[in-house]
Ligand binder design. Structure first.
Ligand code: ADP
Length: 428
């Protein structure tokens, strides 16, 4: 699938997902609103019923008589004479119970023009009760239209939401699963795509790296089989050397790939023995002699570590130092200037390989240690490699209980710093 189709599919599916999320949120909100409306209606019905029952009691002549007899002011009855707080309380309680209204409420009977309360459980909520949406006129009690029964619910919305919490939670879980899996799928697609690009690059590099020595060796071999070549022993030697050199190169590359393959399989064996790091560095430099001569490179050593003997794996550590020096040479387009420095630190030894080459941009500092990663370099594409060296080096150094760090600035050069503990910390 090409990049554009893939991008289009991802954009379309993301839009569809956003649509589903929006619709779901919309329907949940609608359901909450509906439930709230239902709740409001229940409160209104229950409150109306309370008021009606209350008014019926008022018109009950025996009740009136009772009140009249009880009152010493006879002609000057006030509303508080009519209201029996316990009766009001139990009426509201039973009516709300019938309508399944279970959340906390505060109510009061108050005079609307003056704002004065005459009954209810209004403590600290007077203002809220006065402004409540549930107000019912006690129309025919005493002075008509002045007195109101008002009810205030401190948590009506949260009560409605709590009633619907299962449905809301279920929708939220579905949406989270949907969004997470979408992100995961998109991430995996891009990761796979990147991986396949990296693998393609690797195969291209591999083909190129193998093609050159194969062509050179077959050319040299062709020359050797020519009948009269025995007469010129110098030429025989020259062609044999070419075959040997190219063969060694091929061998090194194949070994590098096989090393990574066995690393990935997890069957890496480390043999610990006491090694003098300074000797190891010297032997690595010797193996670069021909290249140093050819490129006029300058390798300076500052072997300052007083204690340079470490218990470690000589083969793998040699490969690591070789890789670092090899990179320092490869990525120095002018005359390579390399400094190899050692010093003791924190119960271990530090080995620095510094170059004044092209450097590495900060954004790639972590990536260069990843498997098959190569910095895309338009201008120095001729520098060949597989992107395996630093991945292998990091794995080895960490397995030996150490660490590898990079300091680099583009255009100024790079410093790779390997720390190794004096004692082996990890057993492989
Ligand atoms: P490669 O075989 O490509 O050199 P490595 O794993 O050794 O693979 O390095 C990964 C990438 O890190 C290289 O492709 C290169 O872009 C970058 N790199 C490594 N060492 C240096 C260095 N000393 N200077 C600049 N870039 C470097």
């Amino acid at each position: 699938m090409n990049k554009r189709t893939l991008r289009l599919i991802i954009v379309l599916s993301s839009i569809a997902l956003a649509g589903i999320v929006f619709t779901q949120v919309y329907w949940v909100k609608e359901a909450v609103d509906l439930k709230k409306e239902q709740f409001d209606n229940s409160v209104r019905i229950a409150s109306k019923s309370v008021v009606n029952q209350f008014l019926n009691q008022m018109s009950d002549s025996i009740f009136k008589e009772k009140i009249y007899l009880l009152s010493c002011r006879k002609d000057h009855l006030v509303i508080t004479d009519y209201i029996q707080p316990t009766l009001l309380d139990s009426l509201i309680d039973s009516e709300f119970g019938c309508m399944h209204i279970g959340n906390k409420y505060y109510y009061g009977i108050y005079n609307k023009p003056s704002g004065k309360f005459v009954a209810g459980n209004f403590e600290n909520y007077e203002e809220k009760i006065r402004n409540s949406e549930f107000q019912f006129s006690l129309y025919s009690i005493y002075r008509p239209g002045d007195y109101y029964l008002s009810i205030y619910f401190p948590s009506s919305t949260s009560y409605v939401i709590s009633k619907m919490k299962r449905m809301i939670a279920f929708s939220a879980i579905l949406l989270i699963v949907l969004i997470t899996s979408h992100i995961f799928v998109v991430y995996t697609i891009f990761r796979q795509k990147k991986l396949s690009e990296i693998k393609n690059d690797f195969i291209n590099n591999l083909t190129h790296e193998f093609k050159t020595p194969i062509a050179t060796t077959s050319l040299a071999a062709e020359m050797l089989v020519k009948e009269n070549i025995n007469k010129i022993p110098l030429k025989v030697k020259k062609y044999a050397n070419v075959i040997l050199y190219e063969n060694t190169r091929l061998q090194t590359q194949v070994e590098q790939i096989l090393r990574i393959a066995s690393l990935e399989k997890g069957n890496f064996n480390f043999k610990y023995e006491k090694i003098d790091i300074h000797q190891l560095i010297s032997s690595v430099i010797v193996s670069f002699e021909l290249r140093i001569e050819k490129s006029k490179a300058r390798i300076t050593t500052k072997l300052n570590a007083k204690d340079s003997v470490v218990s470690t794996d000589i083969t793998h550590l040699t490969n690591v130092i070789y890789n670092l020096v090899d990179n320092a040479m490869k990525y120095s387009p002018k005359v390579p200037e390399i400094i190899i420095e050692t010093k003791n630190s924190k119960k271990g030894i530090l080995i620095k390989v510094e170059d004044k080459g092209i450097g590495i941009a900060k954004k790639y500092h972590k990536d260069v240690f990843k498997n098959l990663f190569r910095i895309p370099m338009g201008n120095i594409q001729d520098v060949r490699g597989f992107g395996l060296g630093l991945y292998y080096s990091k794995y080895v150094v960490e397995s030996l209980g150490g660490s590898i760090d990079l300091q680099s600035e583009i255009g100024k050069g790079s410093t790779f710093e390997v720390y190794l503990p004096m004692k082996k910390l990890k057993k492989m």
